[in-house]
Design a protein around this ligand. Structure first.
Ligand code: G6P
Length: 617
């Protein structure tokens, strides 16, 4: 969703804040804003709609704003349209027009998250003489802080604590009080936030890449905690206002890892990182043939049911995980969309394990599902990429994928890393329960995946060529059976989310129950054929659609050459154990989506209306 940054130190804040926002632009990009203070002078607020570059132009790259203390925000609109007046920062005073310029307000702040009861709070504040210039929930929170601050004549921490008790929803909140120069106050619930310290200066951000250029020493602020930040100092408080002690943590990945590294887009860079990410994730869990995902052996033995819960691509990993786990272990698996799971009043098996898969570790629905499972007394295990994120911290155990920072909104390398984690989980479970007698051949096969992915990437020009023919395509269907169907779900999502071409994934056997009526001359159908026992069946579905005019692409195993009689264009994938075919078949699908979107001139890394981390419902 939105991204927030903050800085208080000895250098000019404007350029540092803008640099941080650039790194967070993947989180939201419909408007942005800054508030900077020079000593005890009132804050100067500048906002702009559209991409960050507009704000950079407006502020001469931040240099036009005088002062060493400030906050910034990049917005992905939830409450209120993406207009300048709705852009953050918001202020406690009354303002009109663009709400830019010097503000005499007591409180000025930015917020990532959503305040569910903001209408009720707004009515309360209206009764107390406040007026509102925007339609955001954030303006309500800022004014509520101001209200408590003035009514009870209390300090910033107490005023924020009172506000936290009163609001429902999620927030990572940063506020400056005009009475407290050079200080930033923050609060957090269910939205990400980290605090970095270096050389007598303090940084705040929604995500690590925003501050990596300056520091690797960070504090993770917990849920329902607040902090008072001064240059080089951070003091943490719980909801009672008691100070809590925290340890500084060192971030281990490099700033360069978060940059484009010579590729035109982050997505392409991340696609090419997959061989390394697969190897790193594998080696972090497997040493000398022993798989360690941090799960207790005895507990694994007792599991009678597994629920895999996730959103988006992580859910697609779950679907593959279901096929692989059931096949290798015989333990029943249900895959659930987190947004459905959290509200379904299903009876959960007590001896179950709930697996939450999430790149960001902050997806609101996945986090809520995790909490629901815990409330029901069910053990939880999370597969997460972002270290220290909420899902990672709240699950009973966590396995971290080694994808590194993923910037492109459409996930590629995090998906691949999650698949490895899922395979390892299934193999370990099978080993513990004796359904797999020897894990060695499977682990050896996993070791070979990075090279095989590398080979597929070398063949990318063919996909570029094929994609160049899809400029005017309106609908695409992906079909497959079993695990191939699960792969299609991800291939189809990649294409639609960045190229805006309508696409759907269908279990090939379902075609004739409706979708086949949509097949007409030239309609592109992409068949996935990696599962030996299903090859003939999917092939015959492809023949069916071809006879109705479909134009066919196939993603098939090396050696399935009879496909050439049917498909117009085929990409062969290296042979592997069929359980792991998803890791290979997805590569040409990612490349096809990428090249199609680039060919249509779309903003590949930041597709419209989408956000990398969905921290609201
Ligand atoms: C967003 C992203 C997807 C991601 C999904 C779940 O929609 O654009 O790429 O799969 O959220 O996110 P998570 O961080 O929980 O994996």
């Amino acid at each position: 969703m939105c991204g927030i940054v903050g800085f208080t130190g000895h250098r000019q804040a404007g350029p540092i804040l803008l640099h941080g926002l650039e790194k967070l632009e993947y989180r939201g990009y419909d408007s942005a804003g800054l508030a900077v203070r020079n000593g005890s002078a009132p804050a100067e607020v500048v906002k702009s709609t559209g991409k960050l570059v507009k704000l950079e132009e407006k502020t001469d790259n931040g240099k036009a704003l005088e002062g060493c203390c400030g906050i910034g925000h990049t917005r992905w609109a939830t409450h209120g349209e993406p207009t300048q007046i709705n852009a953050h920062p918001h202020v406690s005073g009354n303002c009109t027009g663009s709400a830019s310029g010097t503000v005499e307000s007591e409180v000025v702040g930015v917020h990532n998250g959503i305040i569910e009861n903001y209408i009720e709070l707004k009515e309360k504040l209206l009764r107390h003489g406040y007026s509102f210039y925007s339609s955001t929930d954030t303006e309500v929170v800022i004014k509520l802080i101001d209200y408590y601050y003035k009514k009870y004549q209390i300090g910033p921490i107490d005023a924020i604590a009172k506000t936290m008790v009163r609001v429902r929803g999620s927030y990572a909140l940063e506020v400056m009080f005009s009475d407290y120069p050079n200080e930033i106050y923050v609060a957090r619930k269910d939205s990400p936030m980290i605090i970095g310290i270096a050389d007598g200066e303090t940084y705040i951000a929604s995500d690590v890449p925003a501050i990596l250029n300056y520091t690797r020493s960070v504090y993770y602020i917990d849920n329902l905690e607040m902090a008072r930040l001064l240059p080089g100092e951070a003091h943490f408080f719980n909801l009672n206002g008691d100070e809590v002690q925290k340890e500084l943590t060192e971030v281990t990945f490099s700033a360069e890892a978060a940059e484009k590294g010579g590729y035109e887009h982050f997505m392409m860079k991340e696609i090419h990182e997959q061989p390394r990410v697969i190897a790193d994730t594998l080696h972090s869990a497997v040493q000398n043939g022993i798989i360690d995902l941090g799960l207790d052996e005895e507990q694994l033995r007792q599991i009678r049911q597994i629920y895999i819960v996730a959103c988006g691509s992580a859910y697609h990993v779950g679907v593959i995980g279901q096929y692989v786990t059931e096949d290798l272990t015989g333990v029943p698996v249900r895959v659930e969309l987190a947004s459905e799971f959290r509200y379904r009043k299903m009876k959960l098996e007590k001896d179950a394990l709930v697996i939450i898969i999430s790149q960001s570790g902050e997806t609101a629905d996945s986090l809520a599902a995790l909490r629901e499972a815990k409330k029901n007394g069910i053990r939880t295990f999370s597969i997460v990429n972002v270290v220290g994120s909420s899902i990672a911290r709240e699950a009973d155990s966590v396995f971290y994928t080694k994808a590194g920072p993923e910037i492109a909104v459409a996930t590629t390398k995090a998906y691949s890393a999650q698949l490895i984690a899922m395979y390892l989980f299934a193999i370990r479970l099978g080993e513990v329960r004796d359904t797999i007698k020897d894990t060695k051949p499977l682990l050896e096969e996993l070791e070979k995946l990075p090279d095989k992915v590398e080979r597929l990437l070398e063949d990318k020009e063919r996909l570029q060529w094929f994609a160049s023919k899809l400029g005017n395509t309106k609908d695409v269907f992906y079909i497959g059976r079993g695990l191939d169907y699960a792969i299609c779900l991800e291939g189809s999502l990649k294409l639609k989310e960045i190229s805006y071409i309508h696409s759907e994934a269908y279990a090939a056997g379902e075609l004739k129950h409706g979708t086949i009526s949509l097949i007409e001359d030239g309609r592109l159908v992409i068949g996935c054929l990696t599962q030996p026992e299903l090859y003939e069946k999917t092939l015959s579905n492809m023949v069916e659609v071809k006879s109705r005019g479909a134009y066919l692409m196939a993603v098939a195993n090396y050696g399935y050459y009879s496909i050439e009689d049917t498909a117009d264009f085929t990409v062969y994938i290296p042979r592997t154990d069929p359980h792991f075919a998803g890791s290979l078949a997805v590569i040409p699908m990612q490349l096809l989506a990428y090249y199609t979107a680039v060919g249509r001139g779309e903003d590949v890394d930041k597709p419209r209306n989408l956000a990398k981390s969905v921290t609201v419902e």
